[in-house]
Ligand binder design. Sequence first.
Ligand code: NI
Length: 255
Amino acid sequence: MVIIMLIDTHCHLEEALYEDIHEVINRMPGLMITAGTNRETNQEVLVRVKENDNVYGVIGIHPEFVDSYQEEDLKWIEEHLQDEKIVGIGEIGLDYHYDDTKKEEQKRLFERQIVLAQEYHKTVVVHSRDAILDTYEIMKKYPNVKFILHCYSSTIEMAERFLELNVLFGVGGVITFKNSAKLKEVVEKLDLEYILLETDSPYLSPEPYRGKVNEPANTAIIASKIAEIKGITKEEVIVKTGENAIRQFDLNIAL
Ligand code: NI
């Protein structure tokens, strides 16, 4: 039997970001993995996964909060890593786009959380913006850890270097944008077994909804676009990327 499982591997299901979060979740005919970024949003991840059978979560401190997080936030994350339906640490990583004055602090925070993931056998969901080489150098030190590069935005050559590690690539709404030649090349050349679907809701809405509030149900639009680029069916994309997600996150679902 083939399980057709549409999985949005990366979204932010915070109540304040949507008009009606319950409707948004109900409209998604598959699974969602909601990502925390700081103390408050991590706590909300726990609420969301308890409320909804089809929502799983990852918790972590995003590089944006490198100045404001507290030691006890990392303790809290460690305490909740074994919770039911918490399937990883994220989103964590490096972001030099808005502020590159705290590189060393960001690297330290990123690496401390990878060490936690390694200890508890959890998958790491990585945010990397304008920092791909530093991201690679750190990840390379942890060949036993399963990683996901969320919203992958670098080149095919860089993607091929990452393949030596245990890494899958999250592809979202950007693939539908006209100016996404670099990502289209990545999707075209990378085997489907390395690709995951994601929306990053409520951000990065795909065409024709660009600029609007994004939601997990739009994962189907991403699947269609990938199918078009690779010349295969949408069902094939959904089945294979669903299996990839189940495997990379060790979701408790029979394949
Ligand atoms: Ni995100």
